[in-house]
Design a protein around this ligand. Structure first.
Ligand SMILES: [Zn+2]
Ligand SMILES: [Zn+2]
Length: 263
């Protein structure tokens, strides 16, 4: 089976110390065929990510790893943008010349507040509902390839509010997924939740099934790992889950063009 990890961070992200060529070495050791690095990026000075990455150094690092691991590992250059629906033209100006392979879009902040802070002193409806509303705005406007970790809010809200009730938020999720399909934006199975106490992927199986029911096809798999030792974690399980939900392909990207890989 062709194994890919389409969500990985290194020390080009503010919250990772992983060295890129060490991640690549470990990926090969774990029989991963393809990796796409997706470093955090924000143009909003109030976002924690702001100002960390040096895009020139990042691309240079990618090129060095491509040369070093040629024939052993396919290496793609991606990015994970915070709130790409805000500052859209600013992002476009910076990113277009880079000819990246893959762009993930994330809601990490709402009204300039980190999700962890946003959820304080709010009801469960406000916490999850507000998050999904922001995600809808993202998918409606942003120029991205794939929507990252759709139900990310549960990672932070679970301790305070518990996990969300799928049926309660199904109408909002349906709107998000329908808009994604309409705009040719994919979703990912993010396995980071499978190595935490959440013990489930982001999004949950119910959301994946809904996406499939609505006609969604574009699906990527990623570990969202920030460490060398967790590259590719639970990816085989994620692919098995995709199959179980009725998907026949997962996708890789090259210069933002998707290619289907049979599963
Ligand atoms: Zn991160
Ligand atoms: Zn990430």
């Amino acid at each position: 089976m062709y194994i890919m990890d389409y969500h990985h961070h290194t020390n080009h992200s503010f919250d990772s110390k992983a060295v890129m060529n060490e991640v690549c070495t470990e990926a090969i050791h774990r029989n991963i065929n393809e990796i796409c690095f997706t470093e955090h990026y924000s143009l909003n000075p109030l976002a924690p990510t702001y100002g960390h990455i040096n895009l020139k150094h990042y691309i240079k690092d990618i090129e060095q790893c491509r040369a070093q691991f040629e024939g052993k590992l396919v290496i793609k250059a991606g990015i994970e943008i915070c709130e790409p629906h805000l500052l859209k033209s600013e992002y476009q100006k910076v990113l277009e010349p880079l000819q990246l392979d893959f762009i993930l879009g994330s809601v990490h902040n709402i009204n300039d507040k980190k999700l962890r802070l946003y959820l304080q002193h709010k009801t469960v409806e406000e916490v999850y509902g507000g998050y999904f509303e922001e995600l809808y705005n993202l998918v409606k406007h942003a120029d991205i390839d794939v929507l990252a970790h759709i139900d990310l809010m549960k990672r932070y809200a679970i301790k305070v509010h518990g996990n969300y009730d799928f049926d309660q938020f199904k109408p909002q999720l349906k709107d998000i997924l329908t808009k994604a399909i309409e705009r040719n934006i994919g979703i990912e199975i993010n396995t980071s939740g499978m190595r935490s106490s959440l013990a489930e992927p982001l999004p949950s199986q119910a959301v994946l099934k809904l996406y499939k029911e609505l006609g969604g096809e574009l699906l990527t798999v990623g570990s969202d790992s920030h460490k060398v030792e967790t590259v590719g974690d639970h990816i085989s399980e994620a692919i098995a889950l995709a199959k179980e939900c009725g998907f026949r392909y997962v996708f890789t990207y090259d210069k933002r063009q998707p290619s289907a890989i049979s599963i």
